[in-house]
Ligand binder design. Structure first.
Ligand code: AMP
Length: 191
């Protein structure tokens, strides 16, 4: 059973890598960003709630995000484990995740952080924005705000898991294949 947090700033490649890793290790990939976008595209009450925050590059409130994540985890009671992508983004979310996994007599196996510098992130997201049709990928000031929110609210999640020795850092610059190999080497040491 592996429960992996794929960590890193927006645009660091978490989503791309999570899809391939989930396939290789037979894990359920949960991206809270994708879940919110799905809700938004269906104009659900949850989607409408999330929209104003996402458009500004702010975090959706913890209660909303944690409730949505819990539903998704509970929908897969027989999974071999999960890859969390874009969650937890606050220490409150991390504590809620730990409690959720403890209820299932499981725990977070590791948090792997993809390290990418700010200028590279902005360039990557603007490039993605050409095809992603995401409003938050097409405006440099929103992208910079997402990076600021990450530095302010999300980096403490790294420190939270570092206390229990579960954190690893990976160079997030390079080809998709090279980064996948770096991740694979870390994950293969877990079991
Ligand atoms: P992402 O696709 O992971 O970059 O997320 C896009 C946007 O969705 C973020 O800028 C937030 O507005 C929202 N979001 C995604 N995951 C979370 C989370 N764990 N907590 C709060 N907001 C989130």
């Amino acid at each position: 059973m592996i429960n992996l947090i794929l960590f890193g700033p927006p645009g660091s490649g978490k989503g791309t890598q999570a899809v391939t890793l989930a396939e290789k290790y037979g894990l359920i990939h949960i991206s809270t960003g994708d879940l919110f976008r799905y809700e938004m595209s269906n104009d659900t009450p949850l989607g409408l709630q999330a929209k104003s925050y996402m458009q500004k590059g702010e975090l959706v409130p913890d209660e909303v995000t944690i409730g949505m994540l819990r539903n998704k985890v509970e929908a897969h009671p027989k999974s071999n484990g999960f890859i969390f992508d874009g969650f937890p983004r606050t220490v409150a979310q991390a504590k809620a995740l730990d409690a959720m996994l403890t209820d299932k007599t499981q725990e977070v196996s590791a948090l792997i952080a993809l390290e990418v510098d700010d200028d590279e992130i902005v360039a990557r997201i603007l490039n993605r924005g050409k095809t992603s049709s995401r409003a938050d990928d097409n405006d440099e000031s929103i992208i910079r705000n997402r990076i600021n929110v990450y530095n302010r609210e999300t980096t403490p999640v790294f420190d939270y898991y570092a206390q229990t020795g579960k954190t690893k850092r990976i160079n997030g610059i390079g080809s998709i294949e090279d980064i996948f190999d770096r991740l694979r080497q870390e994950i293969d040491q877990l079991s």
